[in-house]
Design a binder for this molecule. Structure first.
Ligand code: PHE
Length: 357
């Protein structure tokens, strides 16, 4: 046999002897590295395999594998023994008081906005709606054009948009590829229509963004829930009934509601949906602009062009949609005076709302 075979056998003998002498897991790991590491002894020998006589190469290769397996096996076995001994010694050393009280586990809770979102999910789940979520980063085509809002249409002014720009570019200017942060959850209507087959009943909660000056009632980042129903013979009466049921589920049986005409490019007709002021209950106060009513959402019958953008034939199906902001509903529910607190991540604030889990 070749020199290489001799060296391999010698290496195995040496390695096993060194292993027997290794006193702890650290020494065993060091030995492993000195054998199998990049400049380890076995690694070095294996590099010589290419130069052995071709006739002998299969036999030497087989021997090399056996040496490697034997040494590795012995190392792993040794480590297991050392660990067992360690654990045994620890058990003997330490005492365990089974009667000691447990350490309290700090359990978090839902953010107040997410607690409200959870309520929306539950209420609409009971009405047979599924959850359908869409991306926060959208295209102009989905956020506007698919929603019947052409480029340069004046109704774009209803949504001050944050554009996703190249580093250094002006974020108020559209990027060439039309990437934006979605200004509402309405594009998810179109995504849902494309992905699902009618009859569709879906709600789409999620974060939205607008180019807004931040103050007590405006944020550049907020949460909406969109609802979409597409079916044969769906009508404004269905929308009205659904929203009235929803308001009673969220605010209780006696909740007063009303519909007013509204305008959105993606619904026709469009409505605004109001509930009786949650602060004064009717007579008028600063919170409701002395009107006695609070607008909680926008809604309407899905515009035929939007149905078409979603791949649905408006002669066959109709739909209604509604969209609402979760943040204001949260402020009203908990009597929080300033929207900025919701995004503050301040535990002194958040810990006052331990409601949702
Ligand atoms: N997307 C609208 C907004 O952000 C709300 C809306 C949704 C209105 C669905 C009608 C139908 O203001």
């Amino acid at each position: 046999m070749s020199d290489l075979a001799d060296s391999l056998q010698q290496l195995q003998t040496d390695a096993l002897a060194e292993l027997a002498a290794a006193a702890d897991a650290g020494a065993v790991e060091a030995l492993r590295a000195s054998l199998f590491g990049r400049s380890g002894r076995l690694t070095f020998l294996l590099r010589g395999l290419g130069e052995t006589d071709p006739g002998e190469r299969p036999a030497v290769g087989k021997l090399a594998n056996e040496v490697r397996a034997a040494v590795e096996g012995a190392i792993n076995e040794r480590l297991a023994t050392l660990r067992a001994v360690d654990a045994g010694a620890r058990l003997a050393d330490e005492t365990l008081d089974m009667t000691a009280p447990g350490r309290p586990v700090r359990v978090g809770h839902l953010h107040p906005t997410m607690a409200v979102e959870r309520d929306f999910r539950e209420i609409f789940h009971a009405f047979g709606f599924e959850i359908f979520e869409g991306p926060e980063i959208e295209t102009d085509a989905m956020n506007f054009e698919a929603l019947n809002i052409p480029p340069d249409h004046p109704s774009r002014d209803l949504w001050d948009t944050l554009y996703v720009a190249e580093p250094g570019a002006d974020p108020r200017q559209p990027a060439a590829d039309g990437t934006i942060l979605r200004t509402h959850t309405s594009p998810v209507q179109v995504r849902a229509m494309r992905a699902l087959t009618p009859p569709i009943r879906a709600i789409t909660p999620g974060r939205c963004f607008r180019y807004e000056a931040v103050d007590a009632s405006h944020g550049f980042e907020f949460f909406q829930v969109e609802g979409l129903v597409v079916d044969r013979d769906t009508s404004l009466a269905d929308l009205k009934g659904m929203l009235e049921e929803f308001a009673r589920a969220l605010y209780g049986d006696g909740t007063k509601t009303r519909f007013r005409p509204g305008y959105y490019p993606f619904t026709e007709p469009s409505v605004a949906f109001d509930i009786g002021c949650l602060v004064c209950g009717g007579p008028g106060c600063p919170a409701c602009g002395r009107s006695g009513w609070m607008t909680i959402l926008g809604a309407g019958m899905v515009h035929p062009s939007v149905l078409r953008a979603g791949g649905i034939d408006p002669d066959e199906f109709q739909g209604y949609a509604f969209g609402t902001g979760l943040d204001r509903i949260t402020l009203l529910r908990y009597g929080i005076p300033d929207l900025r607190l919701l995004m503050s991540a301040d535990l002194r604030f958040l810990e006052q709302f331990p409601g949702g889990r």
